[in-house]
Design a protein around this ligand. Structure first.
Ligand SMILES: CC(C)(COP(=O)(O)OP(=O)(O)OC[C@H]1O[C@@H](n2cnc3c(N)ncnc32)[C@H](O)[C@@H]1OP(=O)(O)O)[C@@H](O)C(=O)NCCC(=O)NCCS
Length: 159
């Protein structure tokens, strides 16, 4: 049985989430791993943005994550907040865990009083992310350039 928690409930897993994030998105950027660890430790103790979520398995081990943060897309810092860094460990994919984290973040963002939640499309060879997020209520806003200089699509959901 998988449970979705805010990272505040499992703050000791902050370095694990930082490692996944580094491995998946940051290793080719000029951002040190320790900076990511620091940012996840902060998210584990916040009550407002930036926040992180962790999926926990029956052995109380982390199997997925996502964050709610500001300024995720460096070319559009006028749009906030962002659903960011959705990641499920490979052996736990296609079980609806990503879907449950997305729903938890939408609910919390609404509870915090925001009217719109944004995301930008990552690069994924196996999942059509536009289709994935459209099914979960997001719409395409516009094309953009991501933080690595690659084309991406900004999506949004009205809360
Ligand atoms: C993209 C990613 C987060 C999806 O996570 P996930 O937990 O596998 O996603 P879900 O299980 O919610 O949905 C994937 C598909 O699994 C299927 N699925 C959902 N529940 C299922 C179940 N109980 N049994 C079998 N299949 C199921 C669904 O068909 C779903 O497709 P849909 O969009 O047509 O509904 C994951 O592939 C990942 O971490 N990828 C690498 C990082 C990445 O690309 N992140 C996105 C950044 S924008």
């Amino acid at each position: 049985m998988i449970e979705i928690h805010q990272l505040n409930d499992f703050p000791h897993y902050a370095p694990v989430l930082a490692y996944w994030s580094y491995h998946q998105w940051y290793s080719k950027r000029d951002i040190p791993f320790t900076a990511l660890v620091q940012s996840y430790i902060e998210r584990a103790h916040n009550s407002n943005v930036p926040l992180a979520w962790v999926a926990i398995n029956e052995k109380k081990l982390p199997v997925g994550m996502a964050s709610l943060k500001n300024n995720d897309l460096w070319s559009r810092t006028d749009l906030n907040p962002w659903l960011a860094s959705l990641y499920i460990v490979p052996e736990y994919r296609f079980q609806g865990i990503g879907d449950r984290i997305v729903k938890a973040i939408i609910a919390k963002t609404r509870e915090l009083g925001y009217k719109t939640l944004y995301l930008f499309e990552g690069h994924n060879d196996t999942v059509n992310l536009i289709k994935y997020y459209t099914k979960r209520g997001f719409s395409v806003l516009e094309e953009a350039i991501d933080n690595d200089g690659l084309p991406t699509t900004i999506m949004y959901i009205n809360l």
